[in-house]
Design a protein around this ligand. Structure first.
Ligand code: NAD
Length: 487
């Protein structure tokens, strides 16, 4: 069995469940908190992808032909395996991805539930009978896509891999997974380990860690019928372009710069707690992080002070050795990007109220007030623990502010006035709206995805979205004898 602790995954790719020497050698798995090398991940090459796809094609037909009960049983066992391997996987989520322990526990719990929900998906009705003018049965039925490629990012490496892998398998597909190279173990090899324990037949799940070239090899392979991509809008555009040239189906879960609107009728302290969770959770490295705090001018000063108090209370440090609220950013490039956006915004006139300077990869919770609308901390996705606050005078103005920009992932509205909340929800484009909740929220049984440049293609999560995402709708007619035609 591919247990993470036995280290047999080092230098390997998993081709349909078999550990093989990685075609492009190995590279260090780095612990962001300490810089220590935790092991060496296998670096996949294009031939590895081709072999993974070959095995997937062979295995998928038999898997799709199995009874739904057999597929559901594997997914149920995978749900149990996440629990039996939870401690080990959580250690990797903490050390490799810089997660605090509760976030790592959330990821393994989410993974277990996603597999159990997917087990239920396998046995659901999968089509409709249609009216026909001919004496025949006419139906629309959902059939597996075939081989699905999954490309996932570093921030919630397990959730963002399993949310596609589990439903795709349950609905009769084979999967080739490319985790982010920085989280190849917790976002890739942990799935190989769990599905091996669950008894997934060989060929059905491959894990090929690597960067852009590996992802593009997957996109370029004609036997991969669909790619489910989660990552930045910049790379999403590239993925969409490559896929379009090959007429390949893709769904894209992309970046965000989500707004939280605070009206003047709420307790600023309660709102600041929601805002702190939205901006600082997992160091702000969340697609739905609150990137813009839009606060009624009558309470904005109070809100900023309280948010700064929350920020200054949040301990930052190595989550493997101490109980902290914020761990490290993923790497120096990400830290430099975050810091450049903070300093440029301060240079453009923003008032730094908390945080703003770093040590190593540890960036503290940072609050910026009076932020210019064209400064990068406000207008771009920061992907760091930064909360820019802007005040507004009227509902119409805040509709305009929240609707501007290229993204449309999540929207939070904090108010005791439900009529005003719904007025705003109806006017601001967003894939999710949370009234009196944070922009950061995810439950696996709900449809997740964004509008505008935050996503395209199907939603992920929940029965309807997963059926749509991982099957094709086929029209099938059935006549009892050969039909007669005028020719
Ligand atoms: P990224 O786009 O740089 O990388 C994401 C994945 O794409 C990685 O596995 C990477 O190796 C791969 N990749 C890079 N170039 C590729 C190419 N040319 N072809 C195919 N694959 C390629 O993302 P990141 O910056 O590491 O992650 C953070 C971004 O992801 C943020 O923008 C965040 O908002 C977004 N994100 C979105 C969601 C969502 O569900 N909407 C969830 C998490 C993160």
């Amino acid at each position: 069995m591919v247990l993470l602790s036995d280290r047999r995954w080092e230098g390997k790719v998993s081709l349909g469940g078999e550990l093989c020497d990685a075609g492009a050698g190995s590279y260090p798995v780095v612990e962001p908190a300490t810089g220590a090398e935790l092991g060496r991940a296998g670096q996949a090459c294009e031939d590895d992808v081709e072999e993974a796809v070959r095995r997937a094609v062979r295995a998928q037909r038999e898997w799709a032909a199995k009874s739904h009960r057999d597929r559901a049983a594997v997914l149920r066992r995978a749900g149990d395996a996440w629990l039996s391997q939870a401690g080990e996987v959580q250690d990797w989520l903490v050390r490799e991805a810089g997660s605090i322990r509760p976030k790592a526990e959330f990821e393994t719990g989410f993974a277990a539930n996603t597999c159990l929900d997917a087990a239920g998906l396998a046995g659901l009705p999968y089509g409709n009978l249609l009216r026909s003018t001919e004496p025949r049965l006419s139906m629309a039925r959902r059939v597996p896509v075939g081989v699905v490629g999954v490309i996932s990012p570093f921030n919630f490496p397990l959730i963002l891999s399993i949310r596609a892998v589990a439903p795709a398998l349950a609905l009769g597909n084979a999967v080739v997974l490319k985790p982010d190279p920085r989280t190849a173990v917790c976002g890739g090899m942990s799935l190989a380990s769990v599905f091996e324990e669950a008894g997934l037949p060989s060929g059905l799940l491959s894990v090929v860690p690597g960067g852009a070239a590996v992802g593009e090899a997957m996109l370029g392979n004609p036997a991969v019928q669909q790619v489910s991509f989660t990552g930045s809008t910049r790379v999403g555009r590239k993925v969409a372009t490559i896929a379009a040239a090959r007429l390949k189906r893709v769904h894209l879960e992309l970046g965000g710069n989500s707004a939280m609107i605070v009206l003047d009728d709420v307790d600023p302290e309660a709102a600041a707690s929601i805002g702190a969770w939205g901006s600082f959770n997992h160091q702000g490295q969340i697609c739905m992080a609150t990137g813009r705090h839009l606060v009624d001018a009558r309470i904005a000063g109070d809100y900023v002070n309280r948010l700064a108090e929350h920020a200054s209370r949040l301990a930052v440090g190595d989550p493997y050795i101490s109980q902290v609220a914020l761990g490290p950013l993923i790497d120096a490039a990400q830290r430099d990007l975050v810091h450049s956006r903070v300093t440029a915004s301060v240079a453009a006139g923003a008032r730094l109220v908390a945080g703003g300077s770093y040590e190593g990869l540890f960036y503290p919770a940072t609050v910026l007030a009076d932020v210019a609308l064209d400064s990068p901390a406000y207008s771009e996705e920061v992907f760091g623990p930064v909360a820019p606050v802007v005040s507004f005078e009227s509902l119409d103005q805040v509709v305009e502010l929240a609707s501007s920009g290229e993204y449309g992932l999540s929207l939070s509205i904090v108010t005791n006035d439900i009529e005003k909340a719904l007025y705003l929800a109806d006017r601001i484009p967003a894939g999710a709206v949370h009234i009196n909740g944070a922009t950061v929220d995810d439950e696996g049984n709900n449809p997740f995805g964004g509008v505008k440049s935050s996503g395209a293609g199907s939603r992920l999560g929940g029965v309807e979205a997963n059926m749509e995402a991982f099957t094709e709708l086929q029209w099938l007619t059935l006549s009892g004898r050969p039909a007669s035609y005028p020719f």
